[in-house]
Design a binder for this molecule. Structure first.
Ligand code: GDP
Length: 199
């Protein structure tokens, strides 16, 4: 499946204000600068789609995009505000947590959450913590390792293995993971195959 149409729909400050849950929904999250916009742009084949989520006032919102696949199925792609901003206040962090928890636990049409992790780094506490929380909430999620072109294949494989092995200490079943490079347009097809299979 390819995405043949994608357009920005709406930004919502809480799950209760999100669009009617009348179609499957897939959300993307990760720490700031992980490459989330680049992955979303790669999947949708649009250069600046995810840019709207960055305009002032929308960065802390749940951003919905209308998507149509080549299989004629409609779904929502959701760009969630990332974690790990250095300069947010305690209050902002609390309100982020509240919004994300509400969205993730209450959004009934959320089929899968994609958690993005930078493949250049060894396992980071912040990512592991977030993923462990998803496991505890029993949300279906997958991991997308980003920016694979920035290191050697060996380094990427090492970081991915270490990350997954760390998760293994806690969880019996490991999530599906993808390795991507938005720069080199790698990994997008596999992600869309999963979406198609889950849709
Ligand atoms: P976001 O803050 O998570 O949405 O991250 P962006 O998509 O804006 O990416 C952050 C920075 O990383 C930008 O300078 C991108 O050009 C760069 N970047 C993102 N993905 C890739 C990738 O796959 N390869 C390389 N080399 N750079 C990337």
């Amino acid at each position: 499946m390819e995405i043949i149409q994608a357009s920005y729909l709406i930004s919502s400050p809480s799950v209760d204000l999100c669009p009617k849950p009348d179609r499957p929904e897939y959300a993307f999250i990760g720490r700031s600068n992980v490459g989330k916009s680049s992955v979303i742009n790669m999947l949708t084949q649009k250069k600046e789609l995810a840019k709207v989520s960055r305009s002032p006032g929308k960065t802390q919102m749940i951003n919905h995009f209308d998507v149509l696949g080549s299989d004629r199925k409609k779904w929502y792609l959701v760009d969630l505000p990332g974690y790990g901003f250095a300069k947010v206040s305690q209050n902002q962090r609390k309100s982020w947590e509240k919004m994300i928890e509400g969205y993730i636990r209450k959004r009934e049409n959320l089929v899968n959450l994609f958690v993005l992790v930078d493949s250049r780094h060894e396992p980071q506490e912040l990512d592991l913590e977030f993923i462990n929380q998803m496991g505890e909430w029993q949300v279906p999620f997958s991991i997308i390792f980003t920016k694979a072109d920035k290191s050697t294949q060996k380094e990427v494989a090492n970081n991915v293995n270490r990350f997954m092995n760390t998760l293994k200490e806690q969880w019996e079943e490991l999530p599906i993971s993808f390795i991507t490079s938005a720069e080199k347009h790698l990994g997008g097809k596999k992600i869309l195959s999963l979406v198609q299979a889950m849709n």
